[in-house]
Design a protein around this ligand. Structure first.
Ligand code: 3HC
Length: 728
């Protein structure tokens, strides 16, 4: 007979269900939705283990999770606060030295402290759909529940380091091959019960991972394991603190005979990570990404449309990349182009991308065939009539988009969502040509769309709750970090980028050189400095747009325009702010440009001066922060963390600084204002006039957080008046 008893306490979060079946105690972690090891779970686990030990009729213990997860790790929300309940290592100790054999029945995800729990059990049986991993590094942490000591003992230090430094998720089949789990089963709990019954006679002879020392002894004296790990961390985790700590833990595992001494070292290194500002920054982004999908004025229970088929208009780089996102998520996608040659080329690029993945071992040939078969194409709009969403991805021209949306409105079935991938045009204007403005929305993907995680969702005046909720849900399905922006020039990301690159250009005009500016910002942590980025995008785009507008170029654009006049368009023709050898993207200095810089500076009344790296970083990052504060005060973004998610996932801002808004909060808003005022004085530019929101928050000792209530917002920029719009 089944009988459950709740052992957790009301005030604590989560619990463990206790049941005895066939003389086996079944402990089920119950802390929805993903069973983290919150205080109630830790207490419940400890008490359940004592109870199972004390019950003479119980032969062994099966530990599993309720719902879709086994255990998703420690409770991330507890880090940095006062932790109640039994400490994790005490629970793990009880588990590892349980007087009865324990099997981890890994029914779903076992991540971080979840896998560490399983590693304290004598045996591990996983379901076919489960996956395991130690992703703490993504939170600025290391596996602090013994993972750095136990996993290397189980699978060897090299493989363990790869897993811990990448934070990757390992599917159960691979985990079996690697030796992380002992068996795979369709019914993990039933299989575990049978296993216990089989093994129960094996008194005192149940393996413990802590005792497996062979792989440590083998690695002792072999420096390559740690050197490879350092190289991996330097390449993939530049600027991050936790990877070095992980490597030190594994070094201890290899070189210290006493397991408990290794655990002690792990504890010390973990604590250093916990107290490091990067931990707070990265956890801010973990929760920020999840908060971004929640829209404060859209009810949670809003109906979500089922997206069974998608259509894409335009087979260029963006269209093709977006099509891949849908196909990768298992959603059939149909591409339309008006030009047969373009369409053929676009589809063949998609196939080449998949072939590349096969060559790299990321897909099997069979998987490629499966996913590529979901992509179809034609020249006729009628062929997207049955789609549930159609995304337009043609070049930025409002008249052209009006034409396309009129056609889509006519051809695509009633109730389908019509989206535009515009990076800066007015969504309300696009929606106005249709009879379904409530189903029109911006879906701004970033290039290459199949790789970049950011999806800016642009909410028009008429966009309905249902449309928005559906897009946020589809964003999650496509594995994107989706963030909502109100319809305002430049949306969130490009509006901030504009102020930032403008300041980089002003620094060039005042005396710094492109490589100095790039290096200063790359040392700060950005993936790519602004001049390398402008060369990559192409200097000619803005130049042509400014020429067309017939207006005089702003000061910050003068040098870029002059380079274009000299046919230096950037990477595309091998010369821009840098020179590029044929077929290479590596920037080489271009000393021949210096004469141009000096001349344009002089013509515009600047006496070139030495500029420090500190001033470069301050001025560019402060421009981001000040614009971000305005974006927030206008309600264009819902919360400061949304801006951080945009900037990290779309613009190469270092995750370990938590995004520009978190960086401002971490600096202290009073310090931010002091610096803004200093640079306003030096440059005379309004770019550094502190945003009213910053001033108000700093005065009250508050931080950048939620956007103000609707009635208290600063007026939103209009497309007509905006200077941003003219520059994109
Ligand atoms: N602690 C607290 N809350 C967690 C959590 C955790 N470990 N993992 C997920 N959650 C919360 C999320 O914040 C979210 O809350 P919300 O609904 O209020 O926004 C909810 O659970 C669902 O999460 P997702 O939306 O991410 O659900 P998915 O199904 O998309 O993904 C997942 C599930 C793969 C488990 C993903 O949530 C995840 O990667 N979680 C984090 C795993 C992790 O990093 N574990 C290590 C923790 S640190 C640690 O264990 C230290 C130890 O070594 C001592």
């Amino acid at each position: 007979m089944l009988f459950y008893k709740y052992l957790g306490r009301n005030a604590l979060k989560g619990t463990v269900l206790y049941e005895v079946k066939d003389e086996v105690a079944i402990l089920t972690v119950d802390n929805p939705p993903v069973n983290p090891l919150s205080d109630g779970v830790r207490t419940g686990l400890h008490e359940s283990l004592v109870k199972a030990e004390e019950d003479d009729t119980v032969k062994g213990v099966v530990l599993t999770g309720n719902g879709r997860a086994f255990i998703a790790g420690a409770d991330i929300s507890e880090f940095g606060g006062n932790v109640e309940g039994i400490p994790l290592n005490e629970v793990f100790n009880k588990l590892e030295f349980c007087k009865k054999p324990v099997v981890a029945a890994i029914n779903g995800v076992a991540l971080g402290g979840g896998l560490e729990t399983a590693l304290c059990c004598n045996y591990r049986i996983a379901s076919k759909t489960a996956f395991v991993g130690l992703p703490e590094v993504n939170l600025g942490l290391l596996p602090g529940g013994g993972g750095t000591q136990r996993l290397p003992r189980l699978i060897g230090p090299g493989e363990a380091l790869k897993m811990m430094l990448s934070g990757s998720h390992v599917p159960s089949k691979k985990a079996l091959e690697m030796g992380i789990v002992d068996k795979i089963s369709d019914d993990v709990v039933a299989e575990s019960i049978d296993f216990i019954k089989e093994m129960a006679g094996n008194n005192d002879n149940h393996p413990r991972v802590r005792d497996k020392n062979e792989k440590m002894l083998e690695a002792r004296g072999d420096e390559n394991v740690l050197l490879d790990a350092q190289a991996m961390a330097a390449k993939a985790r530049k600027g991050q603190f936790a990877p070095g700590q992980i490597i030190k833990c594994v070094e201890a595992a290899i070189n210290i005979d006493d397991f408990d001494e290794g655990i002690k070292k792990e504890g010390e290194y973990f604590m250093e990570c916990l107290l490091h500002p990067q931990r707070e920054a990265m956890i801010h982004i973990f929760f920020g990404e999840r908060a971004a999908s929640k829209i404060s004025d859209v009810p949670k229970d809003t109906k979500i449309k089922d997206i069974k088929k998608a259509g894409i208009i335009g087979s260029g780089t963006m269209g093709g990349g977006i099509a891949m996102c849908f196909a990768n998520a298992g959603i059939p996608v149909h591409i339309i182009d008006q030009d047969e040659e373009n369409l053929k080329r676009g589809v063949s690029v998609i196939e080449k991308n998949y072939d590349f993945m096969v060559n790299k071992g990321r897909l099997t040939a069979e998987q490629k065939d499966g996913v590529f078969s979901l992509v179809t194409s034609s020249l006729d709009y009628k062929d997207v009539s049955d789609c549930d969403i159609v995304i337009e991805a043609v070049y930025e021209n409002l008249e052209l988009k009006h034409e396309i949306f009129k056609s889509l409105d006519e051809h695509v079935k009633e109730g389908a969502i019509l989206a535009s991938n515009t990076s800066g045009l007015d969504i309300d204007s696009i929606a106005s040509v249709t009879k379904r403005p409530e189903m029109v929305v911006g879906t701004h993907f970033f290039s290459p769309a199949n790789i970049m995680r950011l999806l800016e969702v642009v909410r028009g005046e008429a966009t309905s709750d249902e449309t928005l909720a559906t897009i946020m849900a589809i964003g999650k399905k496509l594995k994107k970090a989706a963030v909502v922006s109100l319809n305002a020039p430049g949306f969130i990301g490009n509006r901030m980028l504009f102020g930032y690159t403008a300041q980089a250009n002003m620094l060039l005009l005042e005396g710094a050189l492109p490589h100095q500016i790039d290096q200063a910002l790359e040392s700060f942590g950005l993936n790519m400095g602004p001049f390398r980025m402008m060369d990559l995008v192409g200097l000619d785009l803005g130049w042509r747009a400014r020429k067309l507008s017939g207006k005089e170029s702003p000061l910050h654009a003068k040098i870029g325009d002059e380079l274009c006049e000299q046919d230096r368009y950037g990477q595309k023709n091998g010369a821009g702010y840098y020179n590029y050898s044929e077929g290479s993207r590596a920037p080489n200095p271009a000393p021949e440009n210096e004469e141009t810089y000096e001349r344009i500076s002089e013509e515009n009344g600047f006496t070139r001066r030495e500029i420090s790296d500190e001033e470069i970083v301050d001025r560019c990052i402060l421009a981001l922060i000040n614009e971000g504060a305005d974006i927030l005060s206008e309600g264009v973004s819902q919360r400061a963390a949304d801006i951080d998610v945009v900037y990290i996932n779309g613009y190469g801002f270092p995750i370990w600084r938590g995004g520009p808004m978190h960086h401002a909060n971490a600096m202290g808003l009073d310090v931010v204002i002091e610096k803004l005022e200093k640079y306003k004085e030096i440059t005379g530019s309004d770019v550094y006039k502190p945003s009213e929101m910053l001033v108000k928050l700093a005065k009250n000792g508050e931080k950048l957080g939620e956007a103000p209530e609707k009635d208290n917002r600063k007026e939103k920029l209009g497309f007509e008046m905006s200077s941003v719009a003219n520059n994109f």
